[in-house]
Design a protein around this ligand. Structure first.
Ligand SMILES: Cc1cc2nc3c(=O)[nH]c(=O)nc-3n(C[C@H](O)[C@H](O)[C@H](O)COP(=O)(O)OP(=O)(O)OC[C@H]3O[C@@H](n4cnc5c(N)ncnc54)[C@H](O)[C@@H]3O)c2cc1C
Length: 275
């Protein structure tokens, strides 16, 4: 039978992490892990629940940075960031995950650490150059770019006994930028992304794009930037008529022809957000 750890403070969390082995599991909101535990009949030697540590649920937004505890639920991330132009893409992505029940349980840490190629938040965390703060055995801390978090390609890049404790986004470099996230799924609700598109634009007063960043998700095992699409947008207004040309930049990035075609519609949707 597994040992269960349920720390209540960050110090207790550090101590509990020291007890974990390669056969132990970390439990956040459980929306993925509980299904996996059942379907794969996993028998971990220990289960560490993060839900009792209030610090992991803290969200702090200042003009300098957004600090989002790894145990912040999708619902809370959406609520805290909705309406902040630079961080809107993260609010959009969190607000579009699953159903209200999933958004009330599923966490930002679980979404990013799960290493699912179809997860909605990683492309946005990449877009916003988020940093992930990691705690290891004994409470040791280190910070890494989100690009180095576990992914569907390399597998788990966290060491045994390491957890993500929070995400930090530096806001001054995003001053004046607006961002948005749009996803394409089989259905309009409770759907896994077939394409996730995160975009941030810095626009002149008349709407002309001075600078652009675009990151696509759910196409490859990890998100990837689309520099050719960014080039197309610079110096132009974000007219939805550009969607066809922008969609062409998906060519060579996916073997699924329908995604190449569907990308045009997704670009159109995202451009409408910047009118
Ligand atoms: C019906 C349904 C619909 C869904 N819809 C979507 C969707 O639209 N978009 C989407 O992206 N996902 C979706 N998901 C997947 C899932 O709900 C999300 O990825 C969710 O954010 C996972 O978070 P969690 O807290 O529940 O993670 P858990 O299930 O608790 O954990 C997931 C994995 O991450 C690890 N982990 C969790 N937190 C940490 C941490 N802080 N540090 C290190 N490792 C950690 C766990 O050990 C586990 O391996 C859906 C799932 C279901 C069941």
């Amino acid at each position: 039978m597994s040992t269960c750890y349920n720390p209540k403070t960050m110090d207790e969390l550090g101590q509990a992490l020291s007890q974990l082995t390669g056969r132990s599991l970390i439990l956040a909101g459980g929306t993925d892990l509980v299904l996996r535990l059942r379907s794969k009949h996993l028998e971990p030697d220990a289960l560490l629940s993060l839900s009792g540590v209030p610090d992991l649920q803290e969200i702090e937004i200042t003009p300098e940075r957004a600090s989002i505890g790894a145990m912040s639920t999708m619902a809370r991330v959406n609520q805290a960031l909705d309406g902040l132009p630079d961080l809107q893409a993260l609010a959009d992505a969190a607000g579009g995950v699953g159903s209200p029940q999933i958004r009330n349980k599923g966490t930002i840490g679980g979404n990013a650490a799960n290493a699912s190629a179809a997860a909605d938040l990683p492309p946005v965390l990449w877009l916003l150059n988020a940093q992930a703060e990691i705690m290891g055995p004994g409470g040791a801390r280190r910070t890494i770019p989100v690009q180095e978090l576990p992914d569907g390609h390399q597998g788990n890049t966290l060491a045994v006994g390491e957890v993500v404790v929070r995400f930090v986004i530096d806001r001054p470099p995003l001053k004046g930028w607006r961002s948005a996230f749009v996803k394409l799924g089989h259905r309009s609700q409770v759907t896994i992304s077939r394409i996730g598109l995160a975009a941030a634009l810095l626009q002149e007063e008349d709407g002309t794009v001075r600078d652009a960043r675009i990151v696509a998700g759910a196409i490859k095992p990890v998100p990837f930037p689309l520099p050719a699409a960014e080039d197309i947008l610079r110096g132009k207004r974000p007219d939805p008529a550009l969607a066809v040309e922008l969609g062409e930049t998906f060519k060579g990035n996916t073997r699924r022809v329908y995604k190449e075609n569907a990308a045009k519609g997704v670009f159109q949707d995202i451009l409408l957000r910047f009118q």
